[in-house]
Design a protein around this ligand. Sequence first.
Ligand code: NAD
Length: 363
Amino acid sequence: MTQQLNIEVRLKDNGYIIHIEPGILNRLGTIVSALGLRGSATIITDEQVGALYGRRIGSSLANTNVEMLAMPAGEQHKTLETVRQMYDGLLRLNRGRDSFIMAVGGGVVGDLAGFVAATYLRGIPFVQIPTTLLAQVDSSIGGKVGVDLPQGKNLVGAFYQPKVVCIDPTVLATLDKRHLSNGLVEVIKHGVIWHEQFFRYLEENVELLLSLDHETLVETIGRSCRIKGDVVEQDEKESGIRVILNFGHTIGHALETCTEYHEWLHGEAVAVGMLAETRIAQKLGLTTDDTFRRQEQLFQKVGLPTRLPPMDMERFQKTVLHDKKNLQMKIRLVLPVRIGQVQVVDDVPLSLVSETVRELTSQ
Ligand SMILES: NC(=O)c1ccc[n+]([C@@H]2O[C@H](COP(=O)([O-])OP(=O)(O)OC[C@H]3O[C@@H](n4cnc5c(N)ncnc54)[C@H](O)[C@@H]3O)[C@@H](O)[C@H]2O)c1
């Protein structure tokens, strides 16, 4: 029975530990001081998460000079303007190079606070306290930090690793069900790209997972972090194998763009993207129908969409072709060979992608 897990991410210069433990929010003070972070702490969070957990985190850091800066919640605030407001706040609080930042929130807060930490006074240490499932299994690991520009998402950023990641699965109790399912997509994706046994574990434990059973959560988050950690360790700056984390994302991103980011959460778009890309793999003779069915059944159990909405196909095709993972206008896709193994295919015909998307569009 797994009560708590510590996962090590071993990088060339900046390795760190991911602690997964119910109730860890209450002992953050001990953890950061053991790391030598003894200066002033600044919690960067959003208003929703700050209202729920700010006070508790503040008291766990009782021996530290701690202040909180809260941004409004939501992707539309992951901007340079919010970054500037955070710099203003840090200067107002007289934060120097001996201070550190605690990013407390979902992926929006983690990306933005990490970027602030990477750039304020040419970089001060930061700690990730992810509070959505997506942030716990994905965005808080790997060191990608940044913000959006009006021209597109995540266009400004850096690779900047946290000193430690502290994951408290009990905070998921206040997260709405839709955001929980959103995070589960990345968990399921980790099983498909890396580990059949983990995928089977998810098939067998999905009900316990959805009921937020602590042991199942610790085990699931831990295994998922280990997989992302393994991939990041092999390719810290995304120049090689890390591309496999993009499984489902090429079609998923195009879908998000074509629906103007209104209807679908990122994970929901990636779920149907994974199914579409699996069907393409099947048509190319790379995998069997079983690979498609197992993912579809798991998504259905979690309450995720399994079909695409009707879209302007011309726009969809243009968007897919401009996806930054395409080389020389050819469609490059990460495709499953079986559950647990993927392969990068550089030359997928656009007609095959469009045909498959049409077939998987709900009527
Ligand atoms: N850096 C990376 O490698 C990486 C990877 C994937 C995604 N991302 C980024 O992550 C972002 C999406 O993150 P997200 O899905 O966590 O969304 P989010 O940060 O917007 O959080 C979703 C909502 O949940 C609320 N919330 C957070 N934790 C809560 C809790 N415990 N209880 C109640 N409410 C809570 C937030 O206030 C927000 O309203 C995107 O900006 C995306 O670009 C980054």
